[in-house]
Design a protein around this ligand. Structure first.
Ligand code: SF4
Ligand SMILES: [Zn+2]
Length: 328
C-alpha cells in the first residue's frame, strides 16, 4: 500500500504542478494528417495464433474495418489515423468483411476491430448488424471493441443475431485514479465495472485493453499500475487482458514526451508485467507485440526476448528469462 500512496502523490504533483491535462482541443490540434482510406475496404487484415478461452492455441482472423472515427479523443490513441470523417454507407462494412474473408485463410475466431466502438451507430450502421452477423456467425468467437459507456442492449441484440460466442473488448487503460482522467477517456472505473458486469451477465465475454506505462508514470509505477489494472479487470468479470505498451505517434504524445512526462516502457517492463499477469492465474493475459522491435535496445537479445514473450502469450506460462549481459 505504501507504494500506491507514493505513486499517487508523485502523479498528483506532476499533473498538478505542470498543468498538463490535455483537452480534446489540444489533442486534435496536435494531430498529423490521417492516412487515405477506402470506405469499401478494410485497412488491414491478418491471421495470427492466440490462446483461446478453452486453452487451445487457435487461428484468429483480425479484420481492421474502415469506418468513421471514434468520438472519444483519448490522449494516447492513434487509431483515428485510419478512419473516415463521415459515417460509411450502409453495406460498406459487410462488403469489407466479404473482401477480407475471401483473402485470408480459414480461422476459428474473428476480431472485427473498427478503431473505435462497434456499437457507435455513427461508426457501424446498426442496419448492417444482421448482414455482418450472417457473414461471421460460422466463427467460434466474434470479438469486437467498444467503449464501456456504449455497452447496452444493442450488444445483446447483436449477440442474438450472431448465435455464436460474442466477446467485447473494452479499454480499461489504467486504474490509476489520476492518470485515467488525464487520458481524456471520459470513463470512470465504475463505468468500466458496470459494462463488464452487464456483458458477462448477458453471456457476452469481456476482454480488457490495459496500457503499460501511460504518460505521467515512472517505469516501476507503470508496471505496478498495469498489474493493478489487470487484477481490477479480473475482479469485475473480464476473462482476458491484453496489455498494450504505450507509445508515441499521434502528435500529442510526442508533445507529452518532449515535456518529459512520457517515455515508452522498456522491454524489461513488458517482461515483468506479462510474467506477473500470467502468474496471477486468473485468466488469459497477453502482451501486444505489435512493432515490438521499436522497443529493442540491445541487438543481441531483442529477438530472443520477443520470441519468449510470444511463446508466453500462447502457452500462458512463465518461461525462463533470456540471459544477456545488457540488463536492458
Ligand atoms: S475510446 Fe478507444 S478508439 Fe476511441 S479515442 Fe479512446 S482509445 Fe481511441
Ligand atoms: Zn541484450
Amino acid at each position: 500500500m505504501s507504494n500506491a500512496r507514493v505513486a499517487i502523490g508523485e502523479v498528483s504533483r506532476t499533473l498538478g504542478a505542470s498543468g498538463t491535462r490535455h483537452s480534446t482541443r489540444d489533442i486534435l490540434a496536435a494531430r498529423p494528417p490521417k492516412n487515405a482510406v477506402d470506405p469499401r475496404r478494410p485497412y488491414a487484415l491478418f491471421v495470427e495464433q492466440e490462446r483461446a478461452a478453452t486453452g487451445a492455441i487457435e487461428d484468429v482472423a483480425t479484420i481492421f474495418l474502415t469506418n468513421r472515427e471514434c468520438p472519444y479523443r483519448c490522449l494516447m490513441c492513434d487509431l483515428w489515423q485510419n478512419t473516415t470523417d463521415e459515417t460509411v454507407p450502409v453495406g460498406a462494412i459487410p462488403e469489407q468483411i466479404d473482401f477480407a474473408l475471401s483473402r485470408i485463410p480459414p480461422a476459428r475466431h474473428v476480431k472485427l476491430y473498427n478503431s473505435g466502438n462497434f456499437f457507435d451507430a455513427k461508426a457501424i450502421p446498426p442496419t448492417d448488424h444482421a448482414d455482418i452477423a450472417a457473414r461471421v456467425r460460422h466463427f467460434n468467437t466474434v470479438i469486437v471493441e467498444n467503449h464501456p459507456n456504449l455497452c447496452d442492449d444493442a450488444c445483446v441484440r447483436f449477440r442474438d443475431l450472431l448465435g455464436t460466442r460474442l466477446e467485447i473488448a473494452l479499454g480499461l487503460e489504467t486504474v490509476h485514479p489520476e492518470v485515467l482522467p488525464a487520458l481524456n477517456k471520459q470513463m470512470t472505473l465504475a463505468d468500466f465495472e458496470r459494462a463488464a458486469r452487464f456483458l458477462t451477465w448477458h453471456d457476452i465475454a469481456a476482454r480488457a485493453f490495459i496500457l503499460l506505462k501511460p504518460p505521467f508514470l515512472s517505469e516501476d509505477d507503470g508496471v505496478d499500475w498495469a498489474l493493478r489494472s489487470v487484477e481490477f479487470a479480473f475482479d469485475v468479470g473480464v476473462g482476458c487482458c491484453s496489455i498494450i505498451p504505450a507509445r508515441a505517434g499521434n502528435g500529442i504524445m510526442e508533445h507529452v514526451q518532449s515535456r518529459g512526462e512520457f517515455n515508452p516502457p522498456s522491454l524489461a517492463s513488458m517482461e515483468s508485467v506479462l510474467a506477473a499477469g500470467i502468474a496471477l492465474n486468473r485468466g488469459r493475459v497477453f502482451l501486444d507485440l505489435w512493432e515490438i522491435e521499436r522497443f529493442f535496445v540491445c541487438p543481441h537479445c531483442g529477438p530472443a526476448r520477443s520470441e519468449r514473450l510470444q511463446r508466453m502469450n500462447l502457452e500462458q506460462i512463465v518461461l525462463p528469462m533470456v540471459s544477456c549481459g545488457c540488463r536492458t
